[in-house]
Every structure is written in structure tokens, then in C-alpha cells.
Write a protein that binds this ligand. Structure first.
Ligand SMILES: [Zn+2]
Length: 254
């Protein structure tokens, strides 16, 4: 049976910053099926287009970026800057998990620069715990069925590598993506609207370079050119073996 990995991140383009190299390696080296979900369609990500218009653009960009690495794209349809730990969002992510049936799930760091990222992390944690519990959606599973067990859960490095107080957040291990960096960049380049938006809102006029710099910084911690860093959720009931590191030869960060 094909093994499945699912990344659930807040916005279209977060996967292409944080974990696309790792997803490419799971697909190419181990034949895994890859799914990328975003909590929102990025409805605040434009100064010119209204929410419905920019969402349509960004859903298409997210799907194109996922397709670029052979992945399927899903949108949980929460709203930008309004991702909260609610019954509704946990239900939706549980349904996504029940449909996709991942063995391994990637999400944001519990501490990150953006509240949507932090709340996505909480929602995904809640949903991975709930998804194997039959009574959680009692009478509401429809065609779906609960997961067989809690998937391996990993937190991507926070985008800026630090918590709210500036304290560095170190990855537990890094995945070498030096060979995948070109493909990662091409996937990120599918988010055409965001290159334009960042110039206007953040004064950051080099979208692709920002991703390369982040991956290079993570690479430095691992002694390779480019890397992506992760921490595994090791709370009670979650799988304790480091599946991702074992599959991809994870490097302990220095
Ligand atoms: Zn984001």
C-alpha cells in the first residue's frame, strides 16, 4: 500500500518555504504519495484584489505548486488571520486526515511569527489525536472511517527560527535538501501573486532569495548546503520512533 505524507500549513506558499524539499525526497526516494493542505486560501494576501478574487488566484497557485512536485492540494477554507482552535476547524482537519490517511503529518512550529501558524499547529495537533477515535465524529463520519492510529507528527522550523521573545528555536534534526533546492524554488515560484504582495507589504522584493536564505541557514546547522529542520511531537500516544529522520538520513543539528 502506498504510504502517505500530509503537510497542513496555514497559507498557500508556507509548504514551499518550510518542507517541500523533504516532501520531494519522500516521493522520489521512497515512493510516498504527498498531500499539501493549507488552512486558508490566503484571502488577505493582496492589496488590489478582494478576498474572493485573491483566494481563487491563490488556490490555483497552491494547486500548481503542489502539482509541480507531484502532490495533491487541499484547502481547509478557514480565513486569513482568523485561524482558531475551534470545533469546526478540528472537525474539518479530522475529515481531511480520514480522507488522505497519512502515516506522517507535518505542520507549523507551536511557536512562530504568525498566529495563523501557531493556531494551525494547535488545530493539527488536536486533529491528529482525535482522528483515530470513533466517537469523535460519532454518527458523522459518513463515508469516512477513523484513522487506524495517530500519525507521526512533525513541526517544521518556525520561519524566523525564533520564538516571540527572540529566543532561538533549534530543530531536533535536519533533512538535507541540497539536491532538491532547485525543484523547491520552482514550486515556490508558482506563487506569483505573493512575490508581488511581499514587495508591497513587507518591503521584501526577493521572495525566492528569502526561501534560499532560510534553507541555507538551516543547512548551516546541519553542515550541508540546504536543509529543512524539524521537531517531532513526542507526547503520550504519538508514535515515538523518528520515522522521518530514519527514512531521509536526518542530521542532528549542531
Ligand atoms: Zn504563512
Amino acid at each position: 500500500m502506498t504510504r502517505v505524507a500530509l503537510a497542513v500549513l496555514a497559507h498557500p506558499d508556507d509548504a514551499e518555504f518550510l518542507c517541500t524539499g523533504t516532501l520531494i525526497r519522500l516521493a522520489q526516494e521512497h515512493g510516498w504519495s504527498i498531500h499539501i493542505a493549507t488552512m486558508t486560501a490566503g484571502d488577505c494576501g493582496s492589496a488590489e484584489l478582494g478576498p474572493a478574487e485573491i483566494s481563487a488566484v491563490r488556490r490555483a497557485e497552491g494547486a500548481a505548486a503542489a502539482a509541480r512536485i507531484g502532490a495533491a492540494y487541499h484547502c481547509v477554507e478557514a480565513l486569513d488571520l482568523r485561524v482558531y482552535l475551534t470545533d469546526d476547524l478540528v472537525d474539518r482537519v479530522v475529515r481531511l486526515l480520514a480522507r488522505v490517511r497519512p502515516e506522517l503529518v507535518l505542520t507549523h512550529s507551536p511557536d512562530d511569527y504568525h498566529m495563523d501558524h501557531e493556531l494551525t499547529s494547535r488545530v493539527v495537533r488536536a486533529a491528529t489525536f482525535a482522528a483515530p477515535i470513533p466517537n469523535f465524529l460519532h454518527g458523522r463520519w459518513g463515508d469516512l472511517r477513523p484513522l487506524d492510529h495517530i500519525p507521526h507528527l512533525y513541526y517544521c522550523d518556525p520561519i524566523e527560527g525564533k520564538d516571540l521573545f527572540g529566543k532561538p528555536i533549534r530543530p531536533a534534526f535536519c533533512v538535507d535538501i541540497s539536491r532538491e533546492i532547485g525543484d523547491k524554488e520552482e514550486a515556490l515560484a508558482c506563487h506569483v501573486s505573493q512575490r508581488a504582495w511581499l514587495i508591497k507589504h513587507h518591503g521584501m522584493d526577493d521572495y525566492l532569495r528569502a526561501m534560499r536564505e532560510l534553507s541555507a541557514r538551516q543547512g548551516q546547522a546541519a553542515g550541508v548546503a540546504y536543509a529543512e529542520g524539524f521537531r517531532q511531537h513526542l507526547g503520550h500516544s504519538y508514535p515515538q520512533d523518528n520515522l522521518l529522520s530514519k527514512l531521509l538520513g536526518g542530521i542532528e543539528a549542531r
